[in-house]
Design a protein around this ligand. Structure first.
Ligand code: ZN
Length: 425
């Protein structure tokens, strides 16, 4: 999907829906406890029938994979910033707006056409990087998608983002024109409402475009979950499985939606490979997110961050436009040719505030883990589920502390395991 747009508004939205995932990126401890680490890293990837040599190879593969992914992430950020700077400072953005104005002077249409063309350009220029991400998944045998399937989903994603972007950008430029001094307040308030609506609609409107969701069928697992839900005092009606194996070999679960669309979703890779005790612990973790209102907390967190972001755009945008008037050829903040500048400021703000999101997420994950242990009283299943996830998802057992600090939205796996081992009921 188009990263420029995702980086700005959508990263906030997406982070809210995805923040509640079960570990996808968990990493065993990499601290100074070297001696215990050697022991625990052997335990990290135990899979039945695996020889020591196979385990070791899997571990090396995981380290390589995560390293490549992290490098890609940072290169991609730099590349996006470079493209935005060139687009603005070579006057291409203003040129594009002038060309559109040759066909229509109507402000609404100028903003709409500019937004769509910008989105398409961003998709094309970002394609090599997206494709590299896809090929990385293949190289490490994590993907189940062919190139046409992958491309189809990318284009579908572009369409969804296009619709959301059109509405958002039109709204922002209306506010910028009508209220040049207070626009950022209006935009922040609308952003919250829009986020709430999107998080509510995503599970029924957006997510089914990419995967099939089916209620968990009757059987031993469902019976177990019913009794678990009685213990946790929550409704079990909304537990779904999704055909995640359509895209990937990795396993995951999430809690998503809001209000009447709240649900726990289990990937089929997870239900296929985990024992019912392990699945139970995973669901208990997701129930924890629900009962602890983590979606609302996530929305509140993102809203505060977005509000500050909009304020910074307000404080710096016009200054940059005036300072580089001759190069940018942008008239004022209400000129849609300044859209890449808004993204640029947002992305840089995102980089500065980068550690806050993951730190906040790690805190919520720890709370959900605690809930899962309390409700299931099953440390063994918790620990084996963690180990299995690390194994299947090729998690790096020893990431650098900086990477963990900046990117990891779940506590390292060995810390989660240690937490479970030492937990007193
Ligand atoms: Zn979680």
């Amino acid at each position: 999907m188009c990263r420029v747009f995702r980086c700005a508004f959508l990263s906030l939205l997406i982070s809210i829906t995805l923040i509640q995932r079960l570990p996808a990126q968990e990493n065993p401890e990499q601290t100074s406890q070297a001696s215990t680490m050697t022991d625990s890293s052997k335990e990290i990837l135990p899979q039945a029938g695996q020889t020591e040599l196979e385990k070791k190879e899997r571990l090396e593969k995981a380290i390589k994979y995560q390293k490549a992914k992290n490098v890609h992430y940072f290169v991609d950020q730099g590349y996006t910033i470079l493209l935005l700077v060139l687009f603005l400072f070579l006057g291409i953005s203003a040129f594009l707006r002038r060309q559109i104005e040759r066909f229509t002077k109507k402000r609404f249409w100028v903003v709409a056409i500019y937004t769509l063309l910008f989105l398409i350009l961003a998709f094309i220029t970002g394609f090599p990087s997206s494709y590299y991400g896809f090929s990385l998944e293949h190289k490490y045998e994590l993907s189940n998608q062919t190139f046409p399937q992958w491309l189809g989903e990318e284009l579908k994603g572009l369409l969804v983002i296009g619709i959301i972007a059109l509405i958002s950008v039109e709204g922002i430029y209306q506010a910028l024109k009508k209220a040049p001094r207070t626009w950022w307040i209006y935009v922040s308030v609308v952003f919250i409402l829009f986020t709430v609506v999107l998080v509510n609609l995503a599970p029924v409107l957006i997510m089914p475009l990419f995967n099939k969701y089916t209620p968990l069928p009757q059987g031993e697992l469902r019976d177990k979950l019913v009794s678990l839900s009685h213990k946790a005092n929550v409704k079990v009606g909304d537990i779904f499985t999704m055909d995640m194996s359509k895209q990937t070999k990795t396993a995951n679960a999430m809690f998503t939606g809001l209000g009447n669309t709240k649900r726990i979703v289990l990937g089929d890779n997870l239900t296929d490979q985990f024992t019912s005790d392990e699945v139970e612990v995973v669901i208990a973790h997701e129930m924890g997110h629900n009962l602890l209102h983590h979606i609302w907390t996530g929305i509140l967190f993102s809203s505060v961050l977005a509000g500050i972001g909009f304020l910074i755009i307000h404080l710096t945008g016009l200054k940059i436009i005036t300072r580089f008037k001759n190069r940018l050829k942008i008239e004022n903040m209400a000129d849609v040719a300044g859209l890449p500048l808004i993204f640029l400021i947002f992305i840089i703000f995102g980089i500065i505030t980068m550690p806050f999101g993951p730190a906040f997420s790690r805190h919520m994950e720890r709370q959900a883990d605690k809930f899962a242990l309390d409700i299931t009283h099953n440390k063994e299943a918790f620990i084996s589920a963690m180990n299995k996830l690390a194994y299947i998802n090729l998690s790096d057992p020893n990431p650098s502390p900086i990477i963990e600090f900046l990117l990891y939205d779940h506590p390292p796996i060995s810390k989660r395991i240690k937490f479970a081992e030492e937990y007193k009921f």
